[in-house]
Design a protein around this ligand. Structure first.
Ligand SMILES: Nc1ncnc2c1ncn2[C@@H]1O[C@H](COP(=O)(O)OP(=O)(O)OP(=O)(O)O)[C@@H](O)[C@H]1O
Length: 435
């Protein structure tokens, strides 16, 4: 998946691309409509276009029209300045997905793209095969899933973006007694604050302007089954209060209704945020957090599961071969090393994307390091090698050494730390002799 940035000001174009690259998105730039059309001729269905409203050779709405006329249905986001919102809204009638004010771009662009990406994944979700990971950390998670699945306890799944939290939520549902009932996933970050109450609880006809018929909310849709609250840290305080009541008292009231309904769902929530910190900052209710975290499952970042990287990569290679009708047979040694050394800030999602791109670009039987387009500088995420307990840190170092077959330079790269730091840690943990 790539993001096409169409913006005539080169400095601003670079700024947008860098913002996206920092979050491990691939980008392509165009500075006018003509080049944009040329680039888009080779776009994939899951690509996204972010375009300035006005370009030197026309308006980006023209580009959108051209795309739709040429059966290019990619998501289109318009960037606007103050005062241009009206035209942007017009563009949405033509099928652009959203618009974003340039003044708010830094905060809004990445969350918006993530939401759109997830919507795309969701449309494909039920066709997606899942690889059963065998790594040590993952085995522990499977055990925790098994233990909690058959209870009615609320589960909070923690972990960085792309670690597979939603899959775990689905496993919990599938292994529960509610498996034949619905699993409803809600992206709490994507809901408009003005409609959120109705989205969760539904509304009755005439409850507010535009409420032309009764609407079923997520609670009723998931009745008897599992309600999965993704990015739960993004809920407004008001919504948190209503959710707490629904969970605690098992009752909720549809907007405009005269009576309560019974809430009969099991709640599984996920977040990549430190919710305890959000509580301290008064952005999240402590009482709701207690309710959500009756049982906690923490997904490790992919860089902490080096033994899973190659099996997952092989799995995604085969998937990509099937989807793209290619016959790429494996990975060259340098590509393997690069995969193992990369810090994977975007976790499994990033690995999947990189492999898909590599399969597409590969010219021979084997994927090369260049096909992967990895930037192997230790990333900001991997650099924060701050571990809570010595045992955990020791374990991570041992796993990295095992994965790197004892090569300390490679192990340091996998851990995202310098070689000197690794040597110091080996001495500290008495590992310098055995390794
Ligand atoms: N074991 C696996 N086998 C196959 N694909 C996987 C596996 N784990 C994760 N993925 C893929 O990685 C991507 C991210 O997974 P998922 O949406 O579950 O992560 P997440 O932690 O919920 O992400 P976010 O925090 O962004 O919501 C999806 O495309 C998913 O299909």
């Amino acid at each position: 998946m790539k993001v096409f940035v169409i913006e005539d000001n080169p400095v601003y174009n670079d700024y947008v691309c860098n913002l996206l690259k920092k979050d491990s998105f691939d980008t392509m730039s165009a500075y006018n409509l003509a080049t944009a059309k040329k680039l888009l001729a080779k776009s994939e269905v899951d690509d996204i276009v972010v375009a300035d409203l006005r370009l030197p050779d026309g308006e980006s709405i023209e580009l959108l029209r051209w795309m739709r006329a040429n059966d290019k249905q990619q998501v289109f986001i318009v960037m606007t300045n103050y005062g241009e919102v009206h035209t942007a809204v017009e563009s949405m009638k033509l099928g652009s997905k959203d618009y974003i004010q340039k003044q708010l771009l830094e905060d809004k662009l990445i969350p918006l793209i993530r939401t759109l990406q997830k919507e795309h994944e969701k449309r494909l979700q039920w066709n997606i095969p899942i690889f059963v990971r065998q790594g040590e950390a993952y085995q522990k998670i499977k055990k925790r899933v098994r233990l909690v699945a058959t209870t009615r306890m609320s589960v909070l799944i923690l972990g960085e973006n792309g670690t597979g939290k939603e899959h775990i939520a689905q496993h919990i549902h599938q292994q529960s007694k509610l498996a034949d009932k619905p699993f409803v996933a809600v992206d709490c970050g994507a809901l408009s604050p003005s409609l959120i109450q109705s989205a969760f609880f539904g509304h009755v006809k005439g409850a507010f302007t535009g409420a032309e018929a009764n609407k079923t909310g997520y609670f009723l849709e998931a009745d008897g089954g599992t309600l999965f609250l993704d990015e739960v840290g993004n809920l407004t305080m008001e919504m948190q209060q209503m959710l707490l009541r629904a969970i605690q008292e098992r009752r909720y009231r549809p907007v405009g209704a005269k009576e309560d309904k019974t809430a009969n769902v099991r709640i599984v929530a996920a977040t990549n945020e430190d919710l305890q910190k959000a509580v301290t900052e008064k952005r999240f209710r402590q009482d709701l957090l207690y309710r959500l975290q009756e049982y906690v499952i923490t997904m490790p970042p992919l860089r902490d599961c080096p033994e899973d990287i190659m099996p997952l990569a092989e799995f995604f290679r085969e998937m990509a071969n099937r989807e793209l009708e290619r016959e790429v047979k494996g990975f060259a040694a340098s590509a393997r090393n690069a995969l193992l050394a990369h810090a994977w800030p975007g976790n499994v999602r990033e690995l999947k994307q990189k492999i898909q791109t590599a399969v597409l670009q590969s010219e021979g039987d084997m994927i090369t390091e260049a096909d992967l387009e990895l930037d192997n500088e230790p990333s900001a995420t991997s650099a924060c090698f701050t571990l809570k307990s010595g045992d955990e840190e020791r374990g991570r170092i041992l796993r990295a050494l095992k994965q790197a077959a004892g090569n300390k330079k490679m192990a340091a790269k996998i851990l995202g730390i310098g070689r000197t730091t690794l040597y110091n840690k080996l001495v500290e943990y008495g590992l310098n002799e055995e390794n």
